[in-house]
Write a protein of this length. Structure first.
Length: 143
């Protein structure tokens, strides 16, 4: 599609360099309009939620995106690899934290059930001791 537009421009008599300049100007205008649109969205988000944090986060994302656009291909791939590594590390940390919480909850359950069973055992032992005492009393009385 772009190639076709370039050919049409050449057919009308516009040189390739002038065509490129026009395209660059159009691209800049689109970026400016896009930035204005995002600023409008930011303000609407800010007024709708009343939180400045969301607007700052959006602005930070835009700054990162613009910086990424200015990077060379090699820098972008390195940046993407670093981000991928950070994401994987974060996932590992979250997974370990989740497992830790599960283990803690299981230990609490075991503690509760073990105290309940020990209480039941103590009750049973007390009942046995009481019955043994009664038997001894009866034996002593019979003598």
């Amino acid at each position: 599609m772009i190639h076709q537009m370039e050919l049409e421009a050449e057919a009308t008599g516009i040189s390739f360099s002038k065509y490129q300049e026009q395209q660059d100007r159009l691209a800049k205008r689109r970026k400016v309009q896009g930035n204005n649109d995002t600023k409008v969205q930011q303000t609407s988000i800010q007024t709708a939620t009343g939180k400045k944090r969301a607007a700052k986060e959006i602005e930070e994302k835009e700054v990162k995106e613009l910086a990424k656009i200015m990077m060379t291909k090699k820098q972008k791939t390195l940046y993407n690899k670093i981000q991928y590594g950070k994401k994987k590390q974060q996932e590992k940390v979250e997974n370990l934290q989740r497992k830790k919480q599960e283990i803690i909850s299981q230990q609490k359950k075991r503690l509760v059930t073990s105290t309940n069973t020990s209480n039941n055992n103590n009750d049973n032992n007390n009942n046995e001791n009481n019955s043994n005492k009664k038997k001894r009393k009866i034996k002593n009385e019979n003598r």
